[in-house]
Design a protein around this ligand. Structure first.
Ligand SMILES: *Cc1c(COP(=O)(O)O)cnc(C)c1O
Length: 353
């Protein structure tokens, strides 16, 4: 095996408890497990969380079907707008559809349960909040369908003191008042849960995503979270190099002194972005070593001036401390979401208690 991803479920539960500690009494948790649970492995994550959360959210209807296939019985909300040719799948698999466009009322098949997504400022998906009266008319006249919720999504909750959050919340609160109170309302992603718990923002349920996996959504730190993923490979081969030797494609790296290169069998096809070449560190036998040369499709090299590497030595790529996906994200000017969703789904995920 070239590498292995270990998912530490005790840390997942720790993060879930950190979410719950923010919640007012009775607020439900709909865990977001879209995109293969942010790369962690949707089946293992969902099985583990199922008894501990109220519901799940996924991006695509196919992901919802996957959860039903493995026996998940919690409510499952699908974020994507329903496509005509897949419209019958929601009812068939007891999935909650999203109505994010007035036409979606006519797309869904009779007996489908749905939530309405209102666009209160994200400017992406959802019925514009200014058209909420039209949405209410449609909801009232669509008695062949069952509306069980309304929601919105924040554009700027990852930063503190955002006026955008305040104005989106005010718009949603107005919409909420126009719907019967037995229809559940939800707005809060990770940023809203941790950065805006002083506002009346939780309504009936929250939708935590990235925090469950141990990361903050933006540069505002959330100390309570612990990354749940650990990525490990091994030294495949070692090679002595002399000062001045070129290493790898493009001969982009030249040994600054005599030493040894350890080859590790992971590359950009596994999900290490090529632009991280020469920037990251890896850990072998408790010590950090620089990755040198280009990241290639299937291999990377690490350097030591002393003869430290042996074939088969374990090599840590990601962990919950100095090798956090947040470190990679910073080095690559991206966010941890992109780092973990890039991890190729063919890498074996092992779920540990
Ligand atoms: C992805 C997503 C979330 C979760 O966002 P995080 O920042 O990962 O907590 C919540 N709601 C919707 C609609 C989403 O698309």
């Amino acid at each position: 095996m070239r590498s292995i991803l270990t998912i530490h479920c005790s840390k997942l539960v720790h993060n879930l408890n950190a979410v719950k500690a923010q919640l007012k009494d009775g607020v439900k948790v709909y865990a977001v497990v879209k995109d293969n649970a942010y790369g962690h492995g949707i089946e293992g994550i969902a099985k583990y969380l199922a008894p501990k959360v109220d519901g799940f959210c996924v991006a695509r209807v196919e992901e919802g079907i996957t959860l039903r296939t493995i026996g998940i019985q919690n409510p499952i909300l699908v974020f994507e707008l329903p496509e005509l040719e897949k419209a019958s799948w929601f009812k068939e698999h007891n999935l909650i559809a999203t109505v994010g466009d007035i036409n979606d009322f006519d797309t869904l098949v009779d007996g489908t349960q749905y939530h309405i997504n209102f666009d209160t400022g994200m400017g992406r998906l959802g019925i514009p909040y200014s058209q909420y009266e039209l949405a209410i008319e449609k909801y009232k006249s669509s008695s062949q369908l069952t509306c069980t919720g309304i929601y919105t999504h924040f554009a700027t909750a990852d930063v503190l003191d955002s006026e955008g959050v305040v104005s989106q919340l005010a718009r949603f609160t107005e919409v909420r008042k126009a719907f019967p109170s037995n229809i559940m309302a939800h707005t809060a992603n990770t940023g809203a849960i941790f950065n805006y718990s002083d506002l009346e923002i939780q309504f009936d349920a929250v939708r935590p995503g990235v925090c469950l996996y141990g990361y903050a959504p933006g540069s505002t730190k959330i100390d309570a979270l612990i990354p749940v993923i650990e990525w490990e490979s091994h030294i495949l081969q070692t090679r002595a190099v002399q000062k001045g030797d070129n290493i790898g494609y493009g001969a982009s790296w030249v040994a600054p002194e005599d030493g040894y290169i350890g080859t590790v069998p992971v590359g950009y096809s596994d999900g290490i972005q090529r632009r991280l070449g020469g920037k990251i560190q890896l850990k072998v036998n408790g010590k950090l070593y620089p990755q040198v040369g280009r990241i290639t499709m299937d291999y990377i090299g690490i350097f030591t001036p002393t003869n430290d590497f042996h074939k088969g030595d374990k090599v840590a790529l990601l962990n919950d401390k100095e090798l956090s996906a947040e470190v990679w994200a910073q080095l690559n000017e991206t966010i941890p979401y992109e780092v973990t969703t890039a991890l190729n789904s063919r890498i074996k995920r092992v779920f540990k208690d």
